[in-house]
Design a protein around this ligand. Structure first.
Ligand SMILES: CC(C)(COP(=O)(O)OP(=O)(O)OC[C@H]1O[C@@H](n2cnc3c(N)ncnc32)[C@H](O)[C@@H]1OP(=O)(O)O)[C@@H](O)C(=O)NCCC(=O)NCCS
Length: 171
């Protein structure tokens, strides 16, 4: 298997994660997002098929978006004199593993790879947090990978729940 930038491959090998929106994003939208500098997509390729992909973009976490107690928790590891109203972040925009490869730790390995990459490359442009708007069905996957909630009571009508990970834990 090899991890490549979508822009470095001519053709996307077959992929099915079981979610049509996420399948369609890879084929129909990902290149456009890249061209428009809205999100970069990376693809994990096998011999004949796409095993997984993720897209990634810049983000920030603002005090105004959070419950007070969660905001306190989020910045408890940041020195007091560096307490600001918002902090830089990088967001996992889309993330999916092929159904055929689900449950084999590939998703967790990719999350570890992203955390390491961001923590190691922090000299160029700093980001403190990794964020994701998680599908409700995938919340336990992200929790298993160290993510915490950004909202105490996320609105029921939203299909996703915002989560974050403190990248200082991966340094
Ligand atoms: C969620 C997803 C990325 C996980 O990838 P994965 O490679 O299957 O995950 P891993 O094998 O590293 O970890 C699986 C663990 O997460 C848990 N988990 C929680 N939700 C899960 C889900 N929807 N699918 C698979 N595992 C899930 C499992 O219980 C398992 O824990 P365990 O090892 O203790 O039993 C993948 O299943 C997927 O692409 N699902 C469909 C699309 C999706 O929901 N993407 C997330 C968008 S925010």
């Amino acid at each position: 298997m090899r991890l490549v930038k979508l822009t470095d491959i001519a053709e996307i090998k077959p992929f099915d994660c079981g979610d049509q929106d996420l399948n369609d994003f890879l084929y129909d939208d990902a290149r456009f997002y890249n061209e428009q500098l809205l999100a970069h997509t990376y693809v994990l390729e096998g011999e004949t098929e796409t095993v997984a992909y993720f897209s990634i973009l810049n983000d920030k976490i603002s005090q105004t978006d959070l419950d007070k107690s969660l905001w306190r928790k989020l910045r408890k590891n940041i020195p007091h004199e560096k307490h600001y109203d918002s902090y830089p972040a990088v967001k996992i925009g889309r993330f999916a593993v092929s159904q055929k490869y689900a449950g084999k730790n590939i998703g967790s390995d990719i999350i570890d790879f992203i955390k390491r990459k961001l923590a190691d490359n922090n000299e160029y442009s700093a980001c403190r947090f990794l964020t994701v708007d998680a599908y409700r069905g995938a919340i336990s996957f992200y929790e298993k990978n160290g993510f915490l909630p950004l909202l105490k009571n996320p609105p029921e009508e939203l299909p996703t729940v915002p989560l974050y990970y403190d990248l200082s834990m991966s340094k």
